[in-house]
Write a protein that binds this ligand. Sequence first.
Ligand code: NDP
Length: 318
Amino acid sequence: MADLLVLCNVTDEMRTRLDGGFEYQLAKDLEDVDAWMETQGAAVEYLLTDGHLGVPQNILAGLPNLKAISSYGVGYDSIDTTVTNARGLPVSHTPSVLDDEVATTALLLYLSVMRNFPAEVAHAASGAWERDGGLGLSRSADNRKIGILGLGRIGKAFARKMEPFNADICYTGRSRQDVPYRYFADLAEMAAEVDALVCIAPGGPATHHLVNSEVLRALGPEGVLVNVGRGSVVNEVALVAALDAGEVGGAGLDVFENEPHIPQALRQNPNVVVTPHIGSATVETRRAMGDLSIDNLLEFKARGRMITPVPECSHLFE
Ligand code: NDP
């Protein structure tokens, strides 16, 4: 009987590690998960999911003896922690091990938009340079004012990566931190002062559409928006409208409101660079995330604790 149900994709390396600790069942190998849970669900004590899939209601209902949930990824806005807490279910995630990777993705998007890099690459590769001459000038990525919405683990890694570009960093969030960067309590006020607004905040109701038309207008016609946090943080309709009206200069986006859908208006805008939610998507970082997500389950099984529980459930271990 399986004691672990795996909802998310797992690599061969993760499978090898799971083999050593659990009797596991991959949901993707089941024709009907609900029918399987009716006969086998009572034996399942652990659940492995990811930040995209979360923990669907039918899964929670079908696993009456669940003891712990491990989520692959740092964002867990897809998991309702009031529901898991009500059942006394600890949830872990995979913070810190992906900070540099996601920060690099934000840096790449920032540089790509400022220097018009994807268009330059396509121009050279297509042979258009020889035929039509060069494209127009891009804008310097150096000596810019950069405002970070969400100066957390990844936000701080991004700020460090901007140091060689002589960036003047400021930030906003719910609280002022002990960092050498200027704090803004108001997002629109910060947007009005910066060349680029970089969003690395979590999703969920508290951050939903924080970047709205007022913030975008404040960012201005030369301003650039980068979003590697969650698509829900930016009002996508307002962003398309602001780009079309020339109220915002450009955008570099790794996350979207209805993934994997990316609005055509964003995909085809020459001032916008889009990537398919690849913030942490390298062999090395995904390996580290896989290891941590399994280590959390092994630690819980062996000692009743988790290495990186989400803050909302840490009281369950006190
Ligand atoms: P942290 O918890 O370390 O940082 C989050 C930051 O957001 C904090 O500085 C916090 O500051 C701020 N914040 C939280 N809530 C609010 C709010 N309501 N209003 C304003 N600011 C807020 O998280 P990480 O840096 O580890 O990760 C950040 C997010 O990045 C993840 O939640 C995930 O959604 C996203 N992510 C995206 C990836 C990708 O592939 N593109 C990969 C990995 C993560 P304060 O508490 O002061 O408000």
